[in-house]
Design a protein around this ligand. Structure first.
Ligand code: 13P
Ligand code: SF4
Length: 366
């Protein structure tokens, strides 16, 4: 059964209250909860909520630090559904994970579902009874896909450890089957020294072998799923060329969910945590164009007044699902928790969580 985000009921009354009042109410509720609560926040969250996070990070760091925060029995996740699921899978039995809007999904995660991935797996393994095929899933995937990977000897990876995870997977077997992000997969294969066209791409809409010929599949060491993030595929080489022309000496840093030509045209690529670190390291006076979600880029611009920081695509549509976590919803959640109610709990089925945990633990051990 799929674990994609169910619909949510939005707390309408709070939406009309002035921001200053909401901040005061959320702060009071948060203080009343004390050590019982830990708030985890992904770097793409809106400015109005990220200040409430006790721990901020990329998906890898949040998965690790969330699991360590065992003093709290309540974990509020400021992020998207797959991240809250991962936090629940790694949580202690006494902990509950809460997502302020259960409709905060992820376009990329929705590009793969258990039925089509399982069908692809059956077709691939039937072709090669003499080979060991290792499934790898990106963190941006449903708990059911993480469980599938755990059951079949594979691991989870994030943009922060994809290279290590691919190396590990290649040591375990003859072929890596990676989903759901084609671009992160190709960029990682290139980091391992492969040519961009060396991995084959499985298109779940094609009826047979994902549109790959049997010969091409047999010759391949890496099979990528045809999935993508609608935010990061909004960046282009043309934008990089234009930005370089306008800002001589510009440094361009993009997220590895961007298509390969964009990563090649950039100076550097890395996870959100990497991008933040690089902004700290670059000298004052630097001009930096960043290819990732707008909320993070805007925060970096504010935090580095000694540098010229801008988004590679100023007309980029932000990650709309990350933006579903708003101050009114956070206030509603915190006040509900302080009043003894626990709404919007993200709970992964026990059997699924056990198998998914295998895949997450293999990642954490990398
Ligand atoms: P990071 O793991 O780099 O934080 O990325 C998560 C994500 O959703 C990027 O779009
Ligand atoms: Fe998903 Fe893309 Fe949003 Fe990241 S930016 S959460 S991959 S839709």
């Amino acid at each position: 059964m799929s674990t994609s985000a169910p619909a949510c009921s939005i707390p309408l009354p709070e939406s009309t209250i002035p921001e200053a009042e909401l901040i005061a109410r959320a702060t009071a509720a948060r203080a009343a909860l004390g050590d019982r609560l830990v708030i985890l926040g992904h770097h793409y969250q809106k400015h109005e909520v990220i200040g409430f996070a006790d721990i901020t990070g990329d998906s890898f760091l949040l998965a690790r630090r969330g699991a360590e925060a065992t003093q709290a029995d309540l974990v509020v996740f400021l992020g998207v559904y797959f991240m809250a699921e991962a936090a629940d899978i790694l949580s202690q039995p006494h902990q509950r994970v809460i997502l302020p809007d259960l409709g905060a999904g992820c376009h990329l995660a929705e590009c793969a579902d258990i039925f089509t991935v399982n069908d692809a797996w059956q077709q691939i393994t039937a072709q090669f009874t003499d080979r060991i095929i290792v499934p790898l899933t990106y963190m941006n995937s449903g708990a059911d896909l993480k469980a599938f990977v755990g059951r079949n000897g594979g691991a989870v990876c994030t943009s922060g450890n994809a290279e290590r995870a691919f190396r590990w997977a290649r040591e375990q077997g003859d072929m890596v089957f990676f989903f759901p992000d084609e671009h992160l997969g190709r960029n990682t294969a290139c980091r391992l020294g492969m040519q961009p066209d060396a991995p084959v791409v499985w298109d779940p809409r094609k009826p047979e072998l994902g549109g790959i010929t049997a010969d091409a599949l047999a010759a391949s060491e890496i099979v990528l799923w045809k999935g993508f993030c609608n935010v990061h595929t909004g960046f282009t080489v043309r934008q990089i060329d234009d930005a370089r022309a306008a800002h001589p000496g510009l440094t361009v840093i993009v997220h590895p969910e961007c298509p390969r030509p964009v990563v090649e045209a950039a100076d550097e690529d890395g996870s959100t945590e990497y991008i933040i670190r690089r902004l700290d390291e670059l000298p004052p006076g630097s001009a930096v164009a960043i290819g990732t979600d707008w909320n993070l880029v805007d925060r970096l611009r504010i935090q580095h007044p000694d540098k010229t920081v801008f988004c590679l695509n100023e007309h980029l549509c932000p990650c709309v699902t990350m933006n579903r976590i708003t101050l009114p919803k956070l206030t509603w959640i915190l006040e509900s928790l302080a009043a003894g109610e626990v709404p919007n709990v993200v709970k992964v089925d026990d059997d699924m969580a056990r198998d998914a945990r295998l895949a997450l633990d293999r990642m954490l051990a990398l």
